[in-house]
Design a protein around this ligand. Structure first.
Ligand code: UT7
Length: 322
């Protein structure tokens, strides 16, 4: 038996914010944003929405397609940088509302690489037999972390949530390999401090996301190909075996450069950033949900994430939805 994804769900808030809305707020325009990022619009959470409430909606969406998917879940892992509270965890708050109040539940902090880390940790706990079935999530209210006067970051991010169920599946399907990695020396290139937080050597800019876009861009263009090849290599596969790439959705130019280096066609890359922007840890499960119609049983799929930490994650799967 292997361990694989057997159910997928996603949620984005109703409110659509097109690029044009920034023209009244900042010195920017739709053409610049589309040309430099590929983003056309993003979703913005309503005032009452939180990471946990959106996570619950993502689980409800998953249950629409797979009504029995939560039966037997004994572990909930939620990747988020915008938790409702430091504790209880967002995972626990979601579990309580979806009828899983007794599951082990905790959050993962690995920024935009968080979903891959959450999948990797859950995979290890299932593989070792410590847990039997996991609900793995990414949920983010990134719009609340933004400095809306900073044109280099405000235009990039959006809100949303995604959820998958991870459990035992018949061979040869399921997870083929996991790669988690970091370059903590680059942590100052992308960070988010809450009011009481302290980062040695850095001035507190207020509870707003701070990014050196060029540095993160260079990191991402290097790490997407190397993590993809590394995780395929762990499965004894090469780029010629890859059927579909589901990357973190930060900037289409990053993905074009990475695919050029990989010699992999953009037509086999999931792209949702045009409509959702960068939803951090939620972007990969949301992109996976949007890709379901393109995936065939037996396809080799890689999920690859990168972001604050600096951190990266890649998970290779042989796809089959049960
Ligand atoms: O999920 C976390 C991972 N994050 C990322 O992957 C983000 C990676 N970085 C990026 O996506 C890009 O670096 C950005 C989209 C953030 C910026 O694009 P860029 O092509 O790297 O622009 P730049 O930072 O080199 O800036 C070029 C110019 C600058 O003006 P000057 O100094 O040349 O006069 C910026 O001030 O573009 C200006 N600029 C803008 N102009 C219009 C920056 N943001 C904007 C804007 N509208 N929104």
């Amino acid at each position: 038996m292997g361990i694989g994804i057997t159910a997928v769900g996603g949620y984005v808030p109703e409110r659509v914010m097109p690029n044009a809305e920034f023209e009244a707020l900042l010195e920017t325009n739709d053409e610049w944003i589309v040309a430099r990022t590929g983003i056309r619009e993003r979703r913005i959470a309503a005032p009452e929405e939180t990471a946990s409430s959106m996570g619950v909606q993502a689980v409800r969406d998953l249950l629409k397609r797979s009504p029995k998917a939560l039966e037997g879940v004994d572990l909930i892992v939620c990747a988020t940088s915008t938790a409702d509270a430091t504790f209880p965890s967002t995972a626990a708050l979601i579990g309580l509302q979806v009828g899983l109040p007794s599951s082990a539940a905790f959050d993962i902090s690995a920024a935009c690489a968080g979903f891959g880390h959450a999948l990797g940790v859950a995979y290890g706990l299932l593989l070792s037999g410590v847990h039997q079935k996991a609900l793995v999530m990414g949920s983010e209210t990134m719009s609340r972390t933004l400095d809306w006067t900073d044109r280099s970051t405000a235009i990039l991010f959006g809100d949303g949530a995604g959820a998958v169920v991870l459990e035992r599946v018949p061979d040869p399907y399921g997870i083929l390999g996991v790669t988690l990695g970091g370059d903590s020396s680059g942590g100052h290139s992308l960070y988010l401090m809450n009011d009481a937080d302290v980062l040695p050597g850095l001035e507190h800019p207020g509870p707003k996301l701070t990014q050196n876009g060029r540095e993160v861009f260079k990191f991402a263009v290097r790490i997407v190909p190397s993590a993809t090849l590394e995780v395929l290599g762990k499965a004894g596969l090469g780029i010629e075996n890859l059927d579909f790439l589901i990357p973190h959705q930060a900037n289409v130019r990053i993905l074009e450069s990475a695919c050029e280096r990989l010699n992999f066609p953009m037509s086999k890359v999931a792209l949702t950033l045009d409509k959702y922007g960068n939803t951090s840890a939620a972007s990969i499960p949301l992109a996976l949900k949007d890709s379901l119609e393109h995936l065939k049983d037996g396809d080799v799929v890689v999920l690859v994430g990168f972001g604050g930490g600096l951190a990266w994650s890649a998970v290779a799967l042989r796809w089959k939805m049960l």
